[in-house]
Write a protein that binds this ligand. Structure first.
Ligand code: ATR
Length: 283
């Protein structure tokens, strides 16, 4: 019988996950089906329970249910515990395992696809919400020289730094006026077409500026490029976090490069990028 997987979110119509997992399944010869399920805002747990009852083997979870999925799981991976959120569920006889593959996806995209080793580097992470928290531990595992978290509301950055302790420093946007090797935008600013109030001095010609939003250029990436940085959007992270979930469920690691290339091609097909299905989303 074909194994069933799904992504739960609200909204969910925009999700690229069914397309990504179908490509992985074709490539690796796995007999599985993957669908998008719109869970009611007050009915996430019931939707997941119905899916499990119908034979579901695993699921991805996206906005706004990642914290609820964290509470739903009866076993959590260490990285899900650190993230305080779950984006991947696996159902087995023992119940529901919760994992978080977002940070691993970001690190894989940076280090493998973009050839940007993080060890010994100075990293600036913008934002202190769920998206930022989800990637801190995997970034620290790469042993950067420094990880600075800057946020509009400094107290939230301080809370995050206190949570992780070792090697994380909190500051305001104003205080970030030295250059970094990698600057990662994990704020929600790009989703609204805004630019975080950042000093151009954080960028040099050697800086990689990375926006966790996918779908092409954002005000942050435009600003970074204007000030000499190399830039990348979050499409690679989207595909890499999916590959990490796929590996967890199926025990095989798909080749992500052709899937990233195909999605990039799809997004660029429409003349009107603003209306593209790839525009302005995050995992
Ligand atoms: P998410 O799960 O997407 O991280 P969140 O928990 O609501 O969502 O966090 C949003 C993050 O984006 C926060 O760091 C927020 O800054 P504040 O803590 O000061 O609110 C940041 N953010 C949102 N809009 C922003 C903007 N226009 N400029 C800078 N930061 C912004």
């Amino acid at each position: 019988m074909t194994d069933r997987y799904a992504v739960f979110g609200h909204p969910i119509a925009h999700s690229k996950s069914p397309q990504i997992h179908a490509a992985f399944a074709r490539q690796t010869g796995q007999d599985m089906r993957y669908e998008a399920i719109l869970a009611p805002l007050d009915g996430f747990a019931d939707s997941v329970a119905a899916f499990v009852a119908a034979g579901g083997c695993g699921a991805n979870v996206t906005v706004p249910f990642k914290q609820e999925a964290f509470r739903l799981a009866n076993r959590l991976s260490p990285r899900a515990q650190h993230a305080g959120a779950v984006n991947t569920l696996a159902f087995d006889a023992g119940g529901t395992v919760g994992d978080n593959t977002d940070g691993a996806g970001l690190v894989a995209d940076l280090t493998r696809n973009l050839n940007c080793a993080l060890t010994g580097k100075r990293i600036l992470l913008l934002g202190a919400g769920g998206a930022a928290r989800g990637v801190i531990e995997p970034l620290l595992d790469q042993q950067p020289m420094e990880l600075v978290v800057a946020n509009r509301t400094v107290s939230r950055a301080q809370e995050l730094a206190a949570l992780f302790g070792r090697g994380v420093r909190a500051c305001s946007f104003d205080a970030t006026d030295t250059s970094f090797d990698v600057v990662i935008n994990a704020t929600a600013a790009s989703l609204a077409g805004d630019l975080p109030p950042l000093s151009p001095r954080v960028f040099t010609a050697g800086t990689l500026a990375y926006d966790m939003m996918y779908g092409g250029d954002t005000p942050f990436l435009d600003f970074a490029r204007t000030h000499g940085a190399r830039t990348a959007d979050g499409l690679g992270m989207l595909v890499e976090q999916a590959a990490e979930a796929f590996h967890l469920w199926r025990g095989v690691r798909p080749d992500t490069a052709p899937v990233i290339a195909a999605l990039r091609q799809d997004g660029l097909k429409g003349e009107n990028l603003a209306a593209s299905p790839l525009r302005g989303q995050r995992t």
